[in-house]
Ligand binder design. Structure first.
Ligand SMILES: [Zn+2]
Ligand SMILES: [Zn+2]
Length: 191
């Protein structure tokens, strides 16, 4: 997931108004100034990027799936995929949750396909981070491309821990990290 998603200010303000200025993650008030907001796609964009589907993309980019939250809340949110339990736990009115639940149902096939690809990638790495070798679970792994010049598919996928994922956010840095691990990525038992 990109750390700086491009979502128009109009859409962000609409998202802010929908939750009456309350952060859905912690339940506390947000600043009225948009420079203090962080944009969260409740169902992450990664899903339509790895499992391309026009309808799912529209659902994920719709304002119903976009929330403005505290930057620190967004940061502490793990890489877990949304679940009905997570929707239940949202600090939001019933109406907002009901809409989110409908959207989730519509996107469910894509979410399931994405989760399966991630699980298969992680299993191929013996459930370890592709870079540092740290043990990973499905919920704390982030899927990234091995080679940025190739498409998003199972063959070009690797799972990283949070720390390596942040470092790999810079393409140059990612290339260096991969080169260092060339012999063992993505077959990792030797790490
Ligand atoms: Zn918050
Ligand atoms: Zn790592």
């Amino acid at each position: 997931m990109s750390l700086k998603p491009h979502v128009s200010i109009t859409k962000q303000r609409e998202a802010y108004a929908r939750v009456k200025g309350i952060c859905i993650i912690c339940g506390k008030k947000l600043s009225a100034s948009e420079s203090r907001w962080s944009v969260d796609h409740f169902i992450p964009r990664a899903i339509y990027k790895w499992v391309p589907d026009k309808k799912t993309k529209e659902l994920i980019e719709s304002v119903d799936n976009i929330f403005v939250v505290h930057p620190q809340c967004n940061f502490s949110k793990d890489s877990a995929l949304p679940t009905n339990q997570a929707i239940k736990n949202m600090h939001a009115e019933k109406k907002v949750k009901d809409t989110m639940r409908d959207l989730y149902k519509e996107a469910e096939d894509s979410i399931v396909a994405y989760r399966a690809m991630k699980q298969s990638t992680l299993d191929g790495q013996k459930k370890r981070c592709a870079i540092c070798g740290k043990q990973l679970s499905l919920n704390n792994a982030t899927m990234r491309r091995i080679n940025n010049h190739k498409g998003r598919n199972r063959e070009n996928a690797m799972c990283l821990c949070d720390k390596c994922n942040i470092r790999a956010g810079s393409p140059g840095q990612k290339r260096r990290m991969i080169n260092k691990r060339q012999r063992t990525v993505p077959c990792l038992p030797e790490l």
